[in-house]
Write a protein of this length. Structure first.
Length: 528
């Protein structure tokens, strides 16, 4: 699954290998607690977090806080290890194109830095903040930095973690946290520099190799990325996540057989590692082995630990049908998936599922059905207990989605342009820079689609090029713009990009892969 996309991304807390961070070592960030046992439990919990063993990590944090109820970092660690759906899937997937759902497998240091936390996670962070007067200056910087990151305050968060790194220049953890902060705010070059500094101090920080691998891949340093993933797997040979990360790199590089082998290895280590099962099915689907892909996702093979795992499996089945060009079964599977979601407990999941169905209907030219799906999605969010800010963000995404998939196909360009003007104003007044950047990216898509509809291909291309981490759909339309403008080389490059899977559960890729492949053959016919 994508771990920082992303899209995906984000920030907050996990730290690996904190066993070296003793208060007796003045070069390390202090961990203030009355109990050496609580400290040991905290360190163990954070190491478990970095290996994605969140249930065990939570137990460690709970025990640590029970021993020392005034252990500020213990509460921070508890929020980190909890990582409920509320924390992992909050912010309405702002970094993804038009809030599309995806599995997330980023370490908690990335995931916790979202604009909206689950209620308990919010309470845990709040409790940590209340104990600031009982901790060191470094811990105050740490806690405040994470809070500012979660609130989207880039300047405040970066200043906090830069200060922490300057205070403890020989502590790899300080540079790791600074890297996570840069990553949260979409600053890959700065994140890479901080992660590299962390490894220069301590080359055994396994999770940092994972982070660097994804960042190198994001900036086009493919060879460096592969070296990082290989090193990550070498350091943790008995853990499934390193194999899974390397497999995902190979999947995105189009090396499906090699990727499948590593996903199989991860599943041998942990048959319940859902991300690897979904990844294996994706490899098989891209090799056009659709029956084998569906068999990989068969319930009897799924040892899913949580309801979210089961939703991922069902989503992967639906996407497999899309790759197989069976949109009827794809839609039916997504609808059945939606029936299993508790709307009251998981309103965001439920709303996403309706949005997906709406986009499939729109893809098929069934705008009336699509509009009903979008309306239902919005109604779920409006009636939920989600924070006001989340509802407002979702409303903006809803209006963008409706303009692209309903108004423009219906020829109502005027309405789409009015929506664009209103949303530009709303977005421009936002203080949360992460949310603002994600929404601005979505608005570039809307501007591009309006220009494309009006046959202003040059303007459309300019707007699509400003989109962050463009989906297969956006890359495909950018290719069409280039083709219309006579730039066949540029068009071919865009169509190739549209054929590259960006993440697991990548529905736009499943829908547009064949279109992009056909278009590439048109502008770049094979040599006889």
């Amino acid at each position: 699954m994508q771990k920082i996309f992303l899209s995906i991304l984000l920030i907050a807390l996990t730290l690996g290998l904190l066993s070296s961070c003793s208060t007796r070592d003045k070069s390390k960030i202090p961990i203030t607690t009355k109990s050496s046992q609580a400290r040991a439990l905290f360190e163990e919990g954070m190491a478990l977090c970095d290996r994605f063993h969140h249930d065990e990590a939570r137990q460690c944090m709970e025990e640590a806080i029970e021993i020392d109820p005034e252990f500020a970092l213990g509460y921070l660690g508890l929020a980190c290890s909890d990582l409920r759906r509320g924390a992992q899937y909050a912010s309405l997937q702002q970094a993804d194109d038009l809030a599309r759902p995806m599995i997330r497998k980023a370490p908690p240091s990335i995931l916790l830095g979202v604009s909206v936390l689950g209620n308990e996670d919010e309470d845990f962070l709040g409790r940590a903040g209340q104990l600031l007067d009982k901790v060191s200056t470094a811990e105050r910087l740490w806690i405040n930095g994470l809070r500012l990151s979660a609130e989207g305050d880039r300047s405040g968060a970066v200043n906090s973690f830069v200060g922490l790194a300057m205070m403890y220049p020989q502590d790899p953890l300080a540079h790791r946290l600074l890297g996570d902060c840069y990553l949260r705010f979409g600053m890959p070059d700065s994140a890479i520099a901080s992660y590299e500094r962390a490894l220069a101090i301590d080359s055994s920080m396994a999770i940092v190799y994972n982070m660097l691998g994804y960042e190198y891949q994001a900036v086009g340093r493919k060879q460096d990325a592969e070296q990082m993933f290989a090193k990550y797997a070498e350091l943790l040979p008995e853990e499934p996540n390193p194999q899974d990360s390397y497999a995902e790199f190979l999947l995105r590089d189009g090396r499906y057989e090699e990727s499948l082998d590593l996903y199989r290895k991860a599943l041998e280590l942990d048959p319940g590692f859902t991300n690897s099962r979904v990844g294996a099915a994706t490899d098989l689907a891209l090799m056009e082995k659709y029956s084998e892909a569906l068999a990989e996702l068969d319930p009897k093979m799924d040892i899913a630990r949580t309801g979210q795992d089961r939703l991922a499996i069902e989503g992967a089945k639906a996407v497999t049908y899309a790759y197989a060009h069976d949109l009827k079964k794809c839609l039916t599977t997504f609808k059945k998936r939606g029936e299993t979601i508790d709307i009251e407990l998981e309103p965001v999941d439920a709303a996403y599922n309706y949005d997906i169905c709406g986009e499939i209907y729109a893809y098929e030219g069934k705008q009336r059905d699509a509009e009903e799906m979008f309306k239902t999605s919005l109604a779920i969010i409006r009636s939920s207990d989600l924070p006001k800010a989340v509802k407002e963000q979702y409303e903006i995404y809803h209006r963008i989605r409706r303009s692209i998939y309903i108004d423009l196909p219906a020829g109502d360009v005027d309405r789409a342009e009015r929506q664009l003007q209103q949303l530009e104003y709303k977005t421009g007044t936002m203080s949360d820079l992460v949310t603002k950047a994600a929404l601005e990216s979505a608005l570039h898509i809307l501007r591009g689609m309006i220009a494309f509809d009006q046959k202003d291909y040059e303007l459309a291309a300019d707007e699509f090029k400003l989109t962050r981490d463009p989906s297969a759909e956006v890359s495909y339309y950018l290719g069409m713009c280039c083709e219309k403008l006579g730039d066949t080389e540029g068009a071919a490059d865009c169509y190739r990009k549209a054929m590259v899977v960006r993440k697991l559960l990548d529905l736009p890729h499943a829908l547009y892969f064949s279109k992009a492949e056909a278009a590439l053959g048109r502008v770049e016919p094979p040599i006889a």
